[in-house]
Write a protein that binds this ligand. Structure first.
Ligand code: GLU
Length: 477
């Protein structure tokens, strides 16, 4: 199956990227093929009675690699969902998990549906039925296959899936770990909703810690003042844009949405634009910037950083040559086709690839899964003890101050900041930051360390494939 631009399909695109990296590795005969292929895809068609008639839905759960179990990956609700897409996304999950050392194989699910056409109670009925079909075949199971949110799904759907699993497995003490991305009051974890966007921010921060890497993109300095185009202000794009603009000094000069784009060279107020979109369904008539009808064209505008955060294939052979961004970070899965990737690389653009850039979601999912299996909130045992130990130091410093006759004093908010033990959200962010830094380090080592590797995507794939291969070899496969 090829795309409307005559390019390879999304799955073929992922395979081409895989092949480019695998060709540089010395894998035992046959192992390359074993890793590349998708192990299984389960297709389900089920009927749900809605508005007085039975409607039939088609859903998929694809398992790419079971070198580690459970396998992990989101469930997408979109009218464009099809087998090829789900398999491509499942493959990306394998390499993504390996790159950020989340101990999972790769999987993905999808339901061919436009969720905006349905009421919440109808979506609940549909989700319960889809979950039932997957659960009874162990395609959802805390030890075997753990879904999460993706495009078109969120906390509500995950809570329904968890509840459905619990109803069907009443004696499973680990039932809550059957799915991640649940709301905190239903076994979720703080910071999961923001996680993918937060991961994009941490990835960029890490990139800008390395002046040689920044120079490679023809840029200099820090994130402060950088002009950013964000495509898609959904969960991932919104959080990434919000954090980059309010915490790192980036200027979000353009937001591209389904119905057009918004421009403000001084920097858009991300929160205000997001609120407007929620209330009006798009950016048309939004008073916070200049409206452009042709949103896709805006991807070609001048900027320092381009963040495609919506669908796959938005940067393709049609527009790759005209993209001006020197640095592109793939917040979405597969936004750049294999052909466009080649064009952009030859132009000298640096691409921070999806398998690394959007791994924040699955990283925090990993923390949630561990929390569910350990049945205890992170920090619950240590927090007050940590505070007590900090209090000892503060008391000592105060004693010293008195001894010096008040000649030295603490910075005003030091005491308050230092005394407070870390809560779950801080621990999650710290774990995510650490993960993003470590994964970048391993990619970077390959990028700079090998003469035959000239881009971060190939480097990321090499790290991921090597880890998956090591895992298969350890099992004797
Ligand atoms: N759907 C997200 C992704 O593509 C998250 C997957 C997960 O948390 O398991 O990475």
């Amino acid at each position: 199956m090829s795309t409307p631009t005559g390019e390879p399909s999304f799955r073929q695109s992922v395979d081409l990227m895989f092949n480019r990296a695998a060709a540089l590795l010395d894998l035992p005969p046959g192992l390359e093929e074993k890793i590349r292929v998708c192990n299984a895809t389960y297709t389900v068609r089920f009927g749900v009675k809605l508005r007085g008639e039975i409607r039939t839905f088609t859903g998929y759960r694809s398992v790419h690699s079971e070198h580690m179990e459970p396998v992990k990956g989101g469930i997408r609700y979109a009218p464009t969902v099809h087998q090829d897409e789900v398999e491509a996304l499942a493959a990306l999950m394998t390499y993504k998990c390996a790159l950020v050392t989340a101990p999972f194989g790769g999987s993905k699910g999808g339901l061919c549906i436009d969720p905006r056409q349905y009421e919440p109670d109808e979506l609940e009925k549909i989700t319960r039925r889809f979950a039932y079909e997957l659960i009874k075949r162990d395609m959802i199971n805390p030890a075997q296959n753990v879904p999460a949110p993706d495009m078109g799904t969120g906390e509500r759907e995950m809570a329904i899936i968890a509840d459905q699993y619990q109803r069907m497995n009443t004696t499973d003490i680990n039932a809550r770990a059957c799915v991640t991305g649940k709301p905190p009051h239903a076994g979720g974890i703080q910071g999961r909703v923001e996680a993918t966007g937060r991961g994009v921010q941490y990835a960029l921060r890490e990139f800008f810690r390395h002046p040689e890497d920044v120079k490679q993109a023809g840029l200099s300095g820090s994130l402060d003042g950088k002009r950013v185009i964000v495509q898609g202000l959904g969960n991932v794009g919104y959080h990434a844009a919000l954090f980059l603009s309010t915490e790192d000094g980036c200027k979000i000069t353009h937001v591209v949405e389904r119905d057009g784009a918004l421009e403000n060279p001084a920097g858009l107020d991300v929160q205000a634009v997001h609120d407007w979109i929620l209330g009006h369904g798009g950016v048309r008539n939004c008073p916070f910037g200049t409206y452009h009808e042709d949103g896709v064209k805006v991807l070609e505008a001048e900027c320092d950083i381009l963040i495609p955060a919506a669908l796959e294939g938005v940067i393709n052979m049609h527009n790759a040559a005209d993209i001006q961004a020197p640095l592109i970070i793939e917040a979405a899965n597969g936004p750049i086709t294999a052909g466009a990737d080649e064009v952009l690389r030859h132009k000298g653009a640096v691409i921070i690839p999806d398998l690394y850039a959007n791994a924040g979601g699955v990283t925090v999912s990993y923390f949630e899964w561990v929390k569910n299996l350990s049945h205890i909130r992170f920090g619950r045992m240590q927090r007050r003890q940590e505070e007590a130990r900090h209090q000892l130091i503060v008391d000592e410093l105060q004693r010293l101050d008195e001894h010096l006759g008040g000649a030295w004093s603490m910075t005003p908010d030091f005491k308050q900041k230092y005394l407070r033990g870390a809560d779950e959200l801080e621990l999650v962010r710290s774990g995510l930051d650490d993960t993003m830094r470590a994964a970048y380090g391993s990619m970077r080592e390959v990028w700079w360390g090998r003469d035959d590797v000239t881009d971060l995507r190939t480097a990321g794939f090499i790290v991921g494939i090597e880890r998956v291969a090591a895992s298969y070899q350890a099992k004797g496969i």
